[in-house]
Design a binder for this molecule. Structure first.
Ligand SMILES: N[C@@H](CCC(=O)N[C@@H](CS)C(=O)NCC(=O)O)C(=O)O
Length: 140
């Protein structure tokens, strides 16, 4: 990697969509700062949300100027930056496919399900088990 850009990963105090970018940066030895949304924007999330592209996090800020949103876009950018992305388009597509598969496994754990969890504490386990077992059954 040539000179590393300044990287700030903005998210919340929870372990979810900012984990893959962090794992990748740790693995690659890339330096970054992890900022809580309210610290980075200097206001409560409910107000900061209005300034953030599409109102959601994580966002990766590059060199204080470029704001990359969508966790998948952040991971792909970091994979290229760290030299983990194959040059060959077919290999790159296979890497992408594995990544997209992991995104599908994350979907049943998304916070959007929290109301369902409040109603039924077994919801997440059941939902995840269903998704994983369907993935395994259809993998060949
Ligand atoms: N597809 C987006 C989803 C982002 C997302 O769902 N972010 C949630 C946290 S996991 C969020 O910002 N929630 C706060 C809000 O919507 O106000 C991604 O992968 O980055």
């Amino acid at each position: 990697m040539s000179k590393q850009p300044k990287l700030e990963l903005i998210y919340f105090n929870l372990r979810a969509l900012a984990e893959p970018p962090q794992m990748m940066m740790h693995y690659a030895g890339v330096k970054y700062r992890y900022e809580m949304a309210w610290d980075y924007y200097g206001k409560p999330w409910s107000k900061a949300k209005l300034e953030v592209p599409f109102g959601q996090l994580p966002v990766l800020v590059v060199n204080d100027t470029v704001h990359i949103w969508q966790s998948g876009a952040i991971v792909r950018y970091l994979a290229k930056l760290a030299g983990f992305m194959p040059e060959d388009p077919v290999l790159a597509a296979q890497v992408d496919a594995v990544f997209e598969q992991t995104q599908e496994l994350f979907a049943p754990l998304n916070l959007g399900n929290w109301n369902s969890v409040k109603r039924d504490p077994t919801f997440l386990g059941h939902n995840l088990t269903t998704v994983i077992s369907q993935s395994i059954i259809t993998f060949h």
